[in-house]
Design a protein around this ligand. Structure first.
Ligand code: SAM
Length: 381
């Protein structure tokens, strides 16, 4: 299987930009084994057919890509989206591209926001390289567990119970078109027009750096001056990705095409949500959580140096908490500071020592995403 996986890894990289390393290598080996068994072939022979057999390649892509997603995942992005669309000069209309939509929850969530805000002219184009993901997304039928991110009001308005599953209602279906599309293939799909808003979240971390970079360049070429790009919370663009500028809003980063910065009025700074914590005894100074909250506040105000200082203090007070190390590392990384790898290493050590639940509770990121991020910054262990 190892030789077959080498072949498959090379084909996946070349054809869809997938980066195979670390944990994804094991996933690939399993997928190759299963695909070869289904096809009744030896793994090596099966892998050698990948380049010429589209169905075999698609079967592998369906198995090896990570389809993890949820309704209103990282809810801040959806609030920012509504605010952004309202702020555009009327009459406004266009297409929002959900790029790498997996099973479709992200695209349907965007469509719900459009309905809720009466943004009548907007529609969604949702794409993914996995055919089976697109088929599931288009079907729009979800289990009780999969609709976890939806409150009662949204369930009542946008879903209909069919047996044991929930189906997207028809008025919402008019808002979204689903297409198979390869983000490493060169250009955005024609159907996405000039991409005024792109959600490409939790996809870049799975791509080889050169493919991720090319995708960003292509996006930038097509985006209008008032465009908006949302990427995953664990995917901070590095300073090398000079086409987009981060903008912190409502506790999350979104990205704007760089050439537009001067012309775009800055949105009002959002209030920073602080977690309620008992005040520490006066003689002990601020707690790690308070330093972290202060760091968030500095970051929201664009003061990276002060944010770094606060995150550093939080990390030194609670060295076992990967959240503080990660916040520090991401801020250092974004500002091009050479201390970023050290902070990423500390985050990795804290994660290995048992901080997984904190990552999910505090940041809303899956541990798989954070591990991919750490691998992309530090390489394999
Ligand atoms: C983790 S899911 C992200 C889903 C959703 N965007 C979210 O954030 O919840 C990653 C998706 O990227 C897709 N993907 C990976 N490589 C791709 C490529 N080259 N072109 C298009 N989609 C790709 C995978 O098939 C998978 O569905």
């Amino acid at each position: 299987v190892s030789a077959a996986s080498d072949i498959a890894s090379e084909v996946l990289g070349r054809r869809i930009g997938l980066r195979i390393d670390g944990s994804s290598r094991l996933r690939l080996e399993r997928a190759v084994e299963e695909c070869a068994r289904d096809a009744g072939c030896a793994p090596d022979a099966w892998a050698s057919s990948l380049d010429s057999d589209g169905a075999a390649l698609q079967a592998l892509i369906d198995r090896v890509t990570v389809q993890e997603t949820a309704f209103f995942r990282h809810p801040e992005h959806f609030r920012i989206l509504a605010e952004h669309l309202h702020a555009l000069a009327p009459p406004s209309a266009g297409i929002i591209w959900s790029a790498g939509c997996a099973d479709g929850q992200e695209a349907w969530s965007i469509a719900m926001v459009l309905e809720e805000h009466g943004l009548l002219g907007w529609t969604v184009v949702a794409t993914d390289v996995s055919r089976s993901a697109i088929a599931r997304a288009k079907a729009g039928v979800y289990s009780e567990r999969q609709i976890g991110g939806l409150d009662d009001a949204r369930r009542a308005r946008f879903l209909r119970l069919e047996g044991e599953h929930w189906a997207i209602v028809h008025p919402l279906r008019r808002r979204v078109r689903f297409l198979v599309h390869n983000l490493a293939g060169g250009h955005p799909p024609l159907e996405a027009g000039d991409c005024p808003v792109v959600f490409c979240r939790n996809v870049l971390i799975y791509l080889r750096s050169e493919d991720a970079r090319r995708l960003l360049v292509n996006l930038h070429l097509r985006m209008p001056r008032d465009g908006l790009l949302a990427i995953g919370a664990a995917e901070a663009l590095s300073p090398a990705d000079a086409d987009f500028v981060p903008e912190r809003r409502d506790g999350a980063f979104v990205y704007r095409p760089r050439s537009d910065v001067a012309g775009i009025p800055a949105p009002p700074a959002p209030a920073v949500r602080r977690r309620r914590e008992p005040a520490p005894p006066a003689d002990r100074g601020p707690s790690a959580a308070e330093h972290a909250a202060l760091g968030e506040k500095h970051a929201a105000a664009g003061d990276d140096a002060a944010a770094i200082e606060s995150f550093r203090r939080a990390a030194s007070l609670a060295p076992g908490d990967p959240v503080h190390h990660l916040r520090l590392a991401l801020t250092l990384d974004r500002t091009g500071d050479s201390g970023a790898p050290r902070a990423f290493r500390a985050a990795r050590a804290a994660l290995a020592a048992g901080g997984r639940a904190r990552i999910e509770q505090e940041l809303g990121w899956s541990v798989v995403e954070v591990e991919r991020l750490l691998e992309s910054r530090l390489g394999r262990r």
